[in-house]
Design a protein around this ligand. Structure first.
Ligand SMILES: Nc1ncnc2c1ncn2[C@@H]1O[C@H](COP(=O)(O)OP(=O)(O)O)[C@@H](O)[C@H]1O
Ligand SMILES: N[C@@H](CCC(=O)OP(=O)(O)O)C(=O)O
Length: 390
């Protein structure tokens, strides 16, 4: 582990304190995505905890001059008791049934809680898959922006009832990072039942909180675990660290903190773990394409096509394709492989898989003459393509 670059902060259980670096970008942030996990919204018995919802809302409504998007998990957890389920089911249909019952209850809880301050909430349910499509991405942005304009607090969750295993986020951490990018947030705050990222399993003695992560090299050797104590969360720290990497890579700072310290986390105080931005801010939905979509198949490119898309920013034309695999329809995400089968890029394809064999190696001009003008199009347009290698 790169011990030198990790700044230890307060190890609350051991009572030692080291001053953390100031987080100016956190205190200056105006548009903020706050994500809260199931484990921070439930009672010990597993039901939705109204007091914890109120405690969160009490802080969020006091963020004067700031726009907040709340990404809230908890639909499945909230649906367990009404369905007589003792614990979170492991199969997708019962998880979806629980989410279907619980999402309404979750929103009703937020609606009542924000109403104490005369504030309204709006439900936004997103799937990972459709948000990588251009029209849907634009629409999601427009809806969220309009909710801000109207002073409504958007409460986002994954659309659990329609998401299949293949396209599911499952956890809301990466969804929150992509929403932060979608709304061009200045900050992402991930709230959990643990007060930050630890250098090992926090349940074990001798592990301590990491106050700041400056880049991926700081995480070498850190034991990032999955299971949560409460048994209602899903991704553990793995998905939180992945979410932090997505957001910081897009220029958005991240604070990972305990839900009970949300006020401090939002103020820029040295609580939790602060992940410093590593990349530049970027616009567009291509981040979604890289991180949210599940490719439905692939096409293999010859060396010239690989160079054209990686070095010249070109679209992928039929002439550069040597093979196709998988079942996909036009508009779906596919992977673009080099001749050795390694992924080069991901893109939204303009043809069905079954149409591609007869296009392979042909010029768009010839195809148009032979098959009609509809065939004079790229297989993947450059605007729908994201490179997976630098
Ligand atoms: N290195 C680590 N640092 C902090 N927490 C960790 C680490 N490894 C595993 N965890 C576990 O991750 C849990 C949080 O993840 P999860 O239960 O999915 O929460 P949430 O519902 O908030 O998304 C913590 O309760 C903790 O037990
Ligand atoms: N969409 C799901 C989120 C699943 C979940 O448990 O996520 P998290 O607690 O953030 O790890 C729900 O609302 O139950």
């Amino acid at each position: 582990m790169a011990q030198g670059s990790i700044r230890p902060g307060t190890n609350e259980r051991r009572g030692t304190t080291v001053a953390a670096a100031p987080r100016q970008d956190v205190s200056d942030a105006r548009r903020i995505v706050v994500k809260i996990g199931s484990s921070s919204l439930t009672t010990a018995a597993g039901g939705l905890d109204a007091d914890r919802v109120d405690a969160l809302v009490d802080v969020l409504v006091k963020q004067d001059g700031r726009q907040i998007v709340l990404v809230s998990s908890g639909a499945i957890a909230a649906g367990l008791a009404p369905l007589g389920l003792a614990r979170r089911p492991s199969d997708l249909p019962r998880q979806q049934a629980a989410a279907s019952v619980g999402q309404g209850l979750l929103l009703a809880r937020y609606t009542a809680s924000f109403a104490r301050y005369g504030r309204r909430v709006g439900q936004v349910l997103l799937t990972s898959d459709d948000t990588s499509r251009r029209a849907h991405y634009r629409n999601a942005y427009r809806t969220l922006d309009q909710l801000f304009t109207l002073g409504v607090v958007p409460v986002v969750n994954e659309n659990d009832t329609v998401a299949t295993d293949e396209i599911r986020f499952g956890d809301n951490d990466r969804l929150a990072a992509l929403v932060a990018h979608l709304v061009r947030a200045d900050l992402l705050v991930l709230l959990s039942d643990v007060d930050g990222l630890y250098d090992g399993d926090p349940a074990k003695p001798g592990t301590s909180r990491i106050a700041e992560v400056t880049g991926p090299e700081d995480l070498a050797g850190v034991e990032i675990g999955r299971a949560g104590r409460a048994g209602v969360g899903t991704g553990g720290m793995v998905t939180k660290v992945e979410a932090a990497a997505i957001a910081t890579g897009a220029g958005i700072p991240v604070v990972l903190a305990s839900a009970s310290r949300v006020a401090d986390a939002l103020s820029g105080a040295g609580v939790g773990t602060y992940f410093r931005p590593t990349g530049r801010r970027s616009a567009g939905r291509l981040l979604w394409l890289a991180h949210a979509s599940t490719p439905r198949g692939s096409v293999t490119l010859d060396a010239g096509a690989v160079r054209a898309i990686t070095e010249r920013g070109s679209s992928l034309l039929p002439a550069g394709i040597t093979g196709v695999s998988g079942e996909f329809t036009a508009g779906e995400p596919i992977e673009l492989l080099d001749e050795s089968g390694l992924p080069v890029a991901r893109g939204l394809v303009n043809f069905d898989a079954r149409e591609i064999p007869r296009l392979i190696g042909r010029s768009t001009h010839d195809l148009a003459r032979e098959l009609g003008p509809a065939y004079e199009r790229e297989v993947v347009h450059r605007d729908d393509l994201v490179l997976l290698r630098a």
